[in-house]
Design a protein around this ligand. Structure first.
Ligand SMILES: NC(=O)C1=CN([C@@H]2O[C@H](COP(=O)(O)OP(=O)(O)OC[C@H]3O[C@@H](n4cnc5c(N)ncnc54)[C@H](O)[C@@H]3O)[C@@H](O)[C@H]2O)C=CC1
Ligand SMILES: C[N+](C)(C)CC(=O)CC(=O)[O-]
Length: 496
């Protein structure tokens, strides 16, 4: 997979800031040009939110954060970037001017993406000397969490550019969709504009308030759309006969007078004030940054749920997250370099995610097992039992677990896990894991597990190969010098 080595972001507002965070958290250095006097503060706040979100999103080892540099001129910012993302305000004249400036100063092999929500790439590339490398890369807010990018070429964009742009998105956790023909607003904003236009009419005509309208979305089809989109949702709504029956039943309604579609509401002062006031009431005193954090927590929860869906294979954006994490584990390589075997192995660093918290306000039971399971997986990678090993047909399965809950882990709390390898033979690993509060070092929970090496195809236990056992033996030898952890061998029971 081809990767972005150095990015430049021209414009660091809502969307530019999101791109900056996406690149930096993928380990890519970013140079920024934005003449706004408070650009540094604004980008810093977006980045802080993004870091909070990523800490909750994944326990996979994120690369070291890229270096962020603000430049005084556009030319300096783009000079050695291989991906340049333009995110200046949505005005054709301004974008053309900025893109022409980028084109003149960028490396000849640099890719140039525009974040435009709806302008045609053919119009954007009109004045460029090398228009073949300009494409629309339309993202969704917040760019650091929502993975989709619509990739759209103009008349002069080369297919090599489109291919190169598409290839560079998965390593930063994004999914490119190539829109075959350029149209204004592409696909996503075509749909959103239609909905938005109807919504404005419903408010203007006093059919409902902005809060009622949002409730209608978020308590119903909004929940469906995140995981199945429109067509697959309607396929199910057709019952056993599926999409054909759905079309037969609801197709005729399309001729009825249900929508105002192309009639554009007049956004006069009265309507702007009406929407503004209703929106203020709906926010109930929450600031934009607070709302962003609530949004991010919810998105993290949804993405994590989708990651575990479809029998653990992952579904939609959750499958993408799963693949991204596998890439992170793979490129972190064997964690050997990071781990000191003279100590219990420090293997997982994470934060308590919103999706992990129960009605008591702290981490719910099965999430402890998840973190302990992740700890076992990290140990296995360390001894060479990685994805490739499992694909070849062997693995370790956990056959017994005993968890003790000794403290509380609250939302957003930084926690880490350690592993002490108590003993091992050619088939078994006897491990003792601990989850600690990273700030205080206090123990929150412990788990004792027995893992059994298996021939997964034959479905039975089998000795591990020498290359794995030699690594196991060296950790067991080092850990034999450590005190036996308190709680080893405990069982659940009461004196009778
Ligand atoms: N806000 C949204 O929900 C989305 C916006 N977009 C697109 O992203 C682009 C940017 O939109 P936002 O970030 O929302 O706007 P914004 O107003 O938040 O940010 C624009 C930034 O560009 C900077 N800027 C202005 N002139 C500049 C120049 N000559 N060189 C460098 N920087 C300059 C401004 O100082 C500002 O920080 C637009 O094309 C928009 O259509 C795409 C997806 C979603
Ligand atoms: C409002 N908008 C047209 C700028 C929205 C987008 O382009 C995508 C989004 O994030 O909703």
């Amino acid at each position: 997979m081809t990767r972005i080595n150095k990015a430049a972001c021209i414009g660091g507002g809502v969307i530019g800031g999101g791109w900056i965070a996406r690149f930096l958290l993928a380990g890519i250095d970013v140079d920024v040009f934005d003449p706004h006097p408070e650009a540094t503060r604004i980008v810093g706040e977006v980045l802080a939110n993004a870091e909070k979100a990523y800490a909750m999103l994944t326990g996979a080892p994120l690369p070291q954060r890229g270096k962020l540099t603000f430049r005084v001129t556009l030319e300096q910012a783009v000079a050695d970037a291989d991906w340049i993302q333009e995110s200046v305000p949505e005005r054709l004249d301004l974008k053309r001017k900025v893109l022409t400036q980028i084109d003149a100063a960028a490396r000849p092999d640099a890719l140039i993406g525009s974040s435009t929500s709806g302008l045609l790439p053919t119009d954007l590339q009109r004045d460029m000397r090398h228009p073949e490398r300009l494409f629309v890369a339309h993202p969704y807010n917040p760019v650091y969490l929502l993975p989709l990018v619509e990739i759209v070429g103009g008349e002069k964009t080369s297919m090599e550019t489109i291919k190169a742009a598409m290839e560079r998105l998965p390593p930063i956790g994004m999914k490119g969709v190539h829109i075959a023909k350029e149209i204004e607003a592409f696909v996503g904003d075509r749909l959103l504009e239609a909905l938005w236009r109807e919504a404005l009419w419903l408010i203007k005509d006093d059919i409902c308030t902005v809060e009622t309208l949002d409730d209608v979305i978020r308590y119903s089809f909004g929940l469906r759309w995140a995981q199945m989109g429109l067509f697959q949702t309607y396929r199910i709504a057709g019952g056993e006969a599926g999409m054909r029956h759905f079309l037969a039943q609801f197709g005729p309604a399309l001729q009825w007078n249900w929508t105002k579609l192309m009639d554009v509401v007049d956004l006069d002062d009265a309507l702007v004030e009406k929407i503004g006031q209703q929106s203020d009431e709906q926010a109930d005193g929450l600031s934009i940054r607070e709302l962003e954090r609530i949004r991010d927590e919810n998105l993290v929860g949804i993405l994590q749920t989708l990651k575990g869906s479809h029998g653990g294979k992952g579904w939609g954006a959750g499958k993408l997250l799963k693949d991204f994490e596998q890439g992170l584990w793979a490129s972190a390589g064997d964690d050997k370099k990071l781990v000191d075997v003279a100590q219990p192995l420090r293997l997982i660093e994470t934060k308590v995610s919103p999706a992990w918290v129960d009605y008591n306000g702290h981490m719910t039971e099965h999430r402890y097992l998840q973190v302990f399971g992740d700890t076992s997986d990290a140990l296995l990678r360390l001894i060479g039992v990685d994805f490739a090993y499992v694909e070849r047909g062997h693995s370790y399965y956990t056959v017994e677990t005993h968890i003790r809950h000794l403290g509380e882990a609250k939302l957003g709390q930084a926690i880490h896990s350690t592993c002490q390898l108590l003993s091992a033979d050619e088939k078994r690993l006897h491990v003792f894991h601990t989850i600690c509060d990273t700030a205080t070092g206090e123990t929150i929970a412990t788990a004792e597990h027995m893992l059994l090496h298996v021939d997964a195809k034959a479905g039975k236990a089998a000795p591990a190969p020498e290359e794995v056992l030699s690594k196991v033996r060296s950790i067991v030898k080092a850990h034999a010098k450590l005190p036996v952890p308190e709680g080893v061998g405990r069982h659940v029971g009461q004196k009778r």
